[in-house]
Design a protein around this ligand. Structure first.
Ligand code: NAI
Length: 647
């Protein structure tokens, strides 16, 4: 079947592109479009052409199968140019999303119309590249430089009405999109046509504008937004043809960069994560009601995440007072979303209506999956699961959010351990994308599949982990922190280490991050292990906590903090406290520090793989990127180590 079918609606040719699942731009699509331009030009009965798409979206962008490959002709810039030079005006009729090359194709058309839900955008920088088929040259001609800078450097799409306001689309169509586009075409033919986009004027900006834009774009930490910005500037100061050549050069250079390779690897890893190969033929159970036990930091966040995904939630707490606190914790997460402009007050109220509070486990009788998030104590957790065993249906999936306890110990005594699983969320659970999924030996495949399906439904990045202390993420974190402490013992300064890791791309170094989260939780854990007879060596963090330095909340941890301030200042008190444990100060180059610490993370990752705790290096990378702030554009520690080893 042809990718592009044509039917006539009077004098208007209506072309429908059908390249499932998302109408990506394959070489065949490019060829078909070029051929269709010639065919419509040659057909005297055609006066205008409406280009629409079958399925759930307009042309969503490049074909992922062509990512990183040599482009096959006809090249996209030529296709867009060919559309623009068509003798008959083309009208792109956009539903779903027109992204990247899809939006560039729409910009080659003389007009763009869309339905009210559509989005348009240029997300190339999120894959470490930049638009390569006129995105940096045509967008500013349509929408002005400000809008183009925002779209191209952030990669964020914009919604139809906003796109109309700024001139990226000509009409938002209510009702049937294709019929509306045909009516739009007829009306357009009755007036003089606007200039093709390439022939329109664009504004120029002064040096201070570009310097401010560079500053903002540098915050992304990687090169693509800056190169895209440079291309926009070039376009504002040169002819269309020169700008096109310049853009292509930038696109091709970025495509071959390490950053683009890393971002592509993460992109594919994320796609694999939600659809694990091993579970391809296992149907998940359907989920229509979720139970959460414990409404503290994690329980409230988990309830909020489930509810926001449209699932009714039953929240169980130990008494009325704790329940009221728990419900208010959940509401606070929605209030936060209202404040950030992510939802309306009405939506907040509606979400809260879908959360039922209870202190009686019988309320969970109708839930398909229950997640426990009570205190991290084996006795408390076992008592909770005994209640769940008694009150939940036999097919209800029972999950624990434990961070450090062994899920096998928690599951002990359950009458149906095959329905038990670990679901390790990260704080704040309504925001953090990582979800570690930890089956016990008895967990049934369909329960595992259900956990992955829940992760997908919540918009999380689900990663399977075997059982070990800290699972994948906290185990690597522990090694990372301990190695950072080892450097301090060798005389490297705390600030030098934090700065090096920030320069590498983390938002925070290991010590400032501990000050923010508090040093006491890990301390108490070590103390607990010591109390149970395990040999846990004294850490530098222990020295600080024993001296009352628990982090920002106590006015000091690894650094000092002025009252009410979050800015860390080096601490003479810390230097004095740690003096006996540390060698004389010594310098270590920033890159050597980060290479050492990231190397250590990768080494721990290798051990995790060798022990079978994780099935793939890319899963470990996802854990670090989505749970621990590892810079996405570095691809994760395993990707980074593999690339570095090749150099
Ligand atoms: P939290 O102390 O904030 O909340 C625990 C809640 O459980 C409290 O509201 C308490 O009233 C309730 N609770 C205690 N016993 C109960 C019972 N028998 N029945 C019903 N409710 C009961 O603790 P948080 O931080 O939310 O941690 C909960 C679990 O999540 C722990 O297992 C922890 O290890 C794990 N976790 C914590 C993370 C964090 O960053 N805080 C991250 C990931 C997992």
């Amino acid at each position: 079947m042809s990718l592009l079918t044509c039917r006539m609606d009077g004098e208007i040719a209506v072309l429908t592109l059908d390249n499932p699942p998302v109408n990506a731009i394959s070489a065949d699509v490019r060829q078909s479009l070029v051929a269709m331009v010639a065919q419509c030009d040659a057909d005297d009965t055609v006066r205008a052409v409406v280009l629409c798409c079958a399925g759930r979206t307009f042309i969503s962008g490049a074909d992922v199968r062509e990512f990183g490959q040599e482009p096959v002709p006809p090249h996209l810039p030529d296709v867009v140019q060919c559309l623009e030079q068509a003798q008959k005006p083309w009208i792109a009729a956009i539903h779903g999303a027109a992204l990247g090359g899809g939006f560039e194709i729409a910009m080659g058309c003389r007009f763009r119309v869309s339905d009210a839900e559509a989005r348009v955008g240029l997300p190339e920088v999120t894959l470490g590249v930049m638009p390569g088929a006129s995105g940096t040259v045509r967008t500013p001609r349509l929408a002005g430089l400000d809008m183009a800078v925002e779209m191209v450097t952030t990669g964020m799409p914009i919604k139809a009405h906003r796109a109309k306001e700024v001139g990226l689309i000509d009409a938002v169509i209510e009702g049937d999109l294709v019929a509306g586009a045909v009516a739009f075409a007829r009306e357009a033919l009755s007036a003089p046509l606007p200039l093709p986009v390439s022939q329109r004027e664009m504004n120029a900006r002064d040096e201070s504008y570009w310097q401010a834009a560079i500053q903002t774009a540098s915050k992304a930490g990687h090169h693509a937004p800056l190169r895209a910005l440079e291309s926009l500037r070039f376009a504002s100061e040169h002819s269309f043809e020169e700008a096109m050549a310049h853009e292509r050069e930038g696109f091709l250079a970025l495509r071959a960069s390490e950053e683009a390779k890393a971002l592509r690897a993460v992109f594919f890893a994320e796609r694999r994560a939600v659809r694990p190969e091993a579970l391809k033929h296992v149907a998940p159970r359907s989920l229509s009601r979720i139970g959460v036990v414990g409404g503290g930091t994690m329980g409230a966040g988990i309830a909020s995440a489930c509810r926001s995904a449209g699932l009714p939630v039953v929240l169980v707490e130990r008494d009325q007072e704790a329940l009221a606190r728990g419900l208010s914790n959940v509401d606070a997460t929605f209030a936060g979303a209202v404040k950030r402009g992510k939802m309306s007050e009405a939506q907040r109220a509606e979400l809260m209506v879908g959360i039922t509070g209870a202190t009686d486990y019988a309320a969970l009788g109708d839930c398909d999956l229950v997640i426990e998030a009570v205190f991290e104590e084996i006795g408390v957790k076992r008592a909770v699961f005994a209640e769940l065993d008694r009150h939940c249906r036999q097919d209800t999936v029972l999950a624990t959010n434990t961070s450090y306890l062994d899920p096998r110990d928690i599951a002990e005594g359950l009458s149906h351990p095959e329905r038990f699983i670990g679901l390790h969320f990260f704080s704040p659970a309504q925001i953090m994308k990582l979800l570690e999924i930890v089956p016990v030996p008895e967990t049934a495949p369909e329960v595992l599949a259900t956990a992955f399906a829940l992760g997908k439904r919540l918009g999380k990045v689900p990663v399977q982990s075997g059982i070990c202390e800290g699972f994948i993420g906290n185990r690597i974190l522990k090694r990372y922190r301990s190695e950072a402490e080892a450097l301090v013992r060798e005389g490297v300064s705390i600030q030098a280490i934090d700065t090096a890791m920030r320069d590498f791309g983390f938002r925070m170094g290991p010590f400032e991050a501990q000050d923010l989260g508090g040093l006491d939780i890990a301390f108490l854990q070590r103390e607990g292990a010591r109390a149970s007879g395990r040999d846990v060596p004294e850490t530098l963090g222990d020295v600080l906590v024993r001296a009352g330095r628990k982090g920002q909340k106590t006015g000091g941890g690894w650094y000092d903090y002025a009252p009410g301030e979050r800015r860390p200042t080096p601490s003479a008190a810390v230097t004095a406290l740690l003096a006996v444990s540390c060698a004389a100060p010594r310098d270590m180059p920033s890159e050597a520090i980060s290479a050492h610490l990231v190397g250590v993370m990768a080494d721990e990752g290798q051990r995790i793989l060798a022990e079978g705790i994780s099935g793939s290096a890319s899963d470990i990378d996802l854990v670090e990127i989505h749970g621990y702030g590892f810079p996405r554009w570095r691809g994760g520690p395993m990707h980074w180590a593999a690339q570095t080893a090749q150099e």
